[in-house]
Design a protein around this ligand. Structure first.
Ligand SMILES: NC(=O)c1ccc[n+]([C@@H]2O[C@H](COP(=O)([O-])OP(=O)(O)OC[C@H]3O[C@@H](n4cnc5c(N)ncnc54)[C@H](O)[C@@H]3O)[C@@H](O)[C@H]2O)c1
Length: 359
């Protein structure tokens, strides 16, 4: 089956709420999707899966053995958050998220961050920020190659290899250039070729090769340390930033923090070819400290659902949802507590739906 971005009609969505606030925020995302379906004559079929740390605690596995085969048949995957105290984070990551990203070749992790009225940032100038971090999602520093030696002895050592392939780097860089072409046409590539002497010079070389296909986009290569400082000092100067798996991971949490709250940071794990389903999830985790209280901010999940619609070929519907989200954030009464508002998750969601129907 194809998962081509241009398809329309009935779409099958696999919903994985996961743990903690993942349940609350995906409930709202679905309500907003349903409002969009009514307004635009779209149709979504949802199947919900209980794959989570709770399932791990009960059965010893985050998902069933044939979990990936099950997901293969869906058009998209909506994920809440996985992780829970008592289950090591590497279990939830390597038992669910990473297998999905890798099996479905979701090599592009796309995380937009922008200044939103009503969301205070700790950083000056962040209200004008409008950038997208594109993170390489399936190779690089997060590899299983390496090992431990002489465990427990004074001379114990650990080696972890990074894997950078020409195919892997070219496709993520090409994706980032293409995205920049539709925006302000500036691409910043994160590097560290002054310190990491094999993989990073190779990364730079491939970035420059791909740049030749995009003469209309301005390219800058910036060392990750200087780039992180610039994101804090002058966030609005960036348009699209592309980074390896590790650099992109850290940068996108930084840009989420600069935007003012984790509760508003969305992400997409894309297979841009459309051969496999892509996965959409808020950047935040399961927030055990507020789980069950009904106060989680649903905006990151709703924005992630909007990114899903964009990927499925409905950018106009996605933009409509974002207008409603922005209108809801502008009012303290419809903002959740993390943003200084008073709304519960449910109230914030209801406001987004109501505004969606109006704006
Ligand atoms: N992709 C994922 O599923 C993902 C991502 C990050 C963390 N995690 C997991 O989640 C668990 C908790 O991790 P953590 O506490 O480091 O990060 P977290 O993102 O869950 O929470 C960090 C802080 O931000 C707040 N917060 C997060 N989302 C919010 C929202 N929507 N509304 C209001 N406040 C929000 C939390 O209350 C908490 O104070 C861990 O097990 C971790 O592994 C999962």
């Amino acid at each position: 089956m194809s998962h081509s971005p241009q398809q329309s009609g009935r779409q099958r969505i696999a919903v994985i709420p996961g743990d903690g606030i993942g349940h609350d925020v995906l409930m709202v995302a679905r309500e907003v999707l349903e409002a969009a379906a009514r307004r635009y004559d779209l149709s979504f079929d949802y199947d919900t899966f209980d794959w989570s740390c709770q399932r791990y605690a009960d059965t010893g596995a985050m998902m069933p053995e044939d979990g990936l085969d099950t997901l293969r048949g869906y058009d998209s995957i909506l994920l809440g958050a996985v992780g829970w105290p008592g289950v090591p984070d590497h279990v939830s990551l390597w038992g669910l998220l990473i297998p999905i990203r890798r099996a479905f070749r979701q090599y592009a992790n796309v995380r937009p961050a922008r200044g939103l009225a009503g969301v205070d940032s700790p950083v000056r100038g962040a209200e004008k920020m409008d950038l997208v971090v594109v993170r390489e999602n399936v190779e690089g520093e997060y590899s299983e190659i390496g090992g431990r030696f002489n465990r427990g002895l004074p001379e114990e050592m650990a080696v972890q290899e990074s894997v950078f392939t020409r195919a892997g780097v070219s496709r993520i860089v090409r994706h980032a250039f293409t995205l920049a072409q539709g925006r302000r046409r500036i691409l910043t590539a994160a590097t560290k070729s002054n310190g990491i002497v094999h993989t990073m010079p190779f990364w730079d070389e491939v970035v420059r090769d791909v740049a030749e296909e995009f003469p209309d986009v301005e390219l800058e290569l910036m060392h990750i340390d200087a780039l992180s400082a610039r994101v804090v000092l002058d966030p609005s100067r960036f348009d699209v930033i592309v980074g390896s798996n590790l650099f992109g991971d850290i940068l996108s949490d930084l840009t989420a923090a600069v935007s003012g709250s984790l509760g508003v940071a969305p992400s997409a794990n894309l297979d841009p070819s459309g051969e496999f389903p892509s996965m959409f999830e808020p950047v935040h985790g399961s927030a055990p400290d507020i789980a069950g209280q009904g106060i989680a901010n649903p905006v990151a999940a709703v924005w992630s659902a909007a990114m899903m619609l964009e990927h499925l070929g409905h950018p106009d519907v996605a933009a409509h949802i974002m207008r409603a989200v922005e209108a809801s954030l502008a009012e303290p009464a419809t903002r959740t507590r993390d943003l200084g508002g008073t709304a519960t998750t449910e109230e914030a969601g209801a406001a987004i739906v109501e505004l969606f129907e109006k704006v």
